[in-house]
Design a protein around this ligand. Structure first.
Ligand SMILES: NC(=O)c1ccc[n+]([C@@H]2O[C@H](COP(=O)([O-])OP(=O)(O)OC[C@H]3O[C@@H](n4cnc5c(N)ncnc54)[C@H](OP(=O)(O)O)[C@@H]3O)[C@@H](O)[C@H]2O)c1
Length: 256
């Protein structure tokens, strides 16, 4: 679909953490279609390579890097490689995350640490590592992908919800500290999206689960990952040039 000027990302380099599948892969494809040079990441190099290859086959620009958000200092290493190989960064989307069902009564310290390490700590330090490159950009933007559970707690995934609530708050602080340096910082909260993160692999259970999840929002369906990708593109595009420190909720009315 042709992209209008304020929504184009021509000439900009975009790093999307966790872009081997789901919402992250949809953003990589969508941003590339809008003219960005996209940096795809996944824990395994081959998975990032596959998405980047598809984008290039479709005529877009994409690079692939291995990045494991659970490993301390992985963000700094990733950004050092981007600095060396590309030397430019305009957009960061903190998308990589894990969801581990648990009730708080049985939550272990290691489960808590793993969830916060990937969903919160890695995102904070990836922002920090990207700052010097983003400061050199004429149009820099960060989007932190959160979750509806950040705004309305959900039993059974309490640590996940808390890790995302922390990112909503962190986004606002970062906007206060970095907007004056030319870096807009926003959060995007998806509702229920049809990805591996929430859908069971067993097809019979998947259909039932999807029906239940769909019944919880006003649209009575799950989002397609591309619907989240387009909202993220809006936030990082010139069309959102006066938006910073906000959370855009894209949930089909789940939290209405
Ligand atoms: N799906 C939903 O309904 C929903 C709702 C609200 C919010 N969200 C949020 O949207 C974002 C994307 O979710 P999704 O549904 O697309 O999830 P997904 O399908 O499970 O994909 C997660 C992505 O993160 C990567 N990832 C996982 N662990 C990682 C790690 N330790 N280090 C680096 N990358 C890692 C995965 O890559 P590899 O496994 O290949 O490394 C994959 O590319 C997440 O922040 C999620 O919390 C999703």
């Amino acid at each position: 679909m042709p992209v209008e000027a304020p929504y184009l990302l021509t000439g900009r380099v975009a790093l999307i953490s966790g872009s081997s599948r789901g919402i992250g892969a949809a953003m990589a494809v969508d941003f590339a279609e809008a003219g960005a040079r996209v940096i795809v990441t996944a824990r395994q190099q081959e998975k990032a390579d596959a998405v980047a290859a598809n984008i290039r086959e479709a005529g877009g620009e994409a690079e692939a890097y291995a990045y494991d958000a659970s490993v301390p200092a992985a963000g700094a290493r990733l950004v050092a490689a981007i600095h060396r190989d590309i030397g430019q960064l305009d957009i960061l989307v903190n998308n990589a995350a894990i969801l581990r069902p648990h009730v708080i009564a049985k939550l272990s310290e290691s489960e808590f640490d793993e969830i916060f390490a990937v969903n919160t700590r890695a995102a904070v330090f990836l922002c920090q590592a990207c700052r010097p490159l983003l400061e050199q950009s004429a149009d820099a933007a960060i989007v932190n992908i959160t979750a509806a559970g950040a705004h309305s707690p959900m039993e059974g995934i309490g640590a996940y919800c808390a890790s995302k609530a922390a990112m909503v708050n962190f986004t606002r602080t970062l906007a206060r500290e970095w907007t004056a340096s030319g870096i807009r910082v926003n959060a995007l909260t998806p509702g229920s999206v049809a990805t591996d993160m929430i859908l069971p692999t067993d097809p019979a259970r998947r259909a039932e689960f999807e029906k239940n999840m769909a019944s919880q929002n006003l649209m009575q369906r799950l989002a397609d990952p591309v619907e989240i990708a387009r909202a993220a593109r809006f936030l990082v595009s010139p069309a959102a040039s006066f938006i910073t420190g906000q959370t855009l909720i894209v949930d089909g009315g789940l939290l209405a």
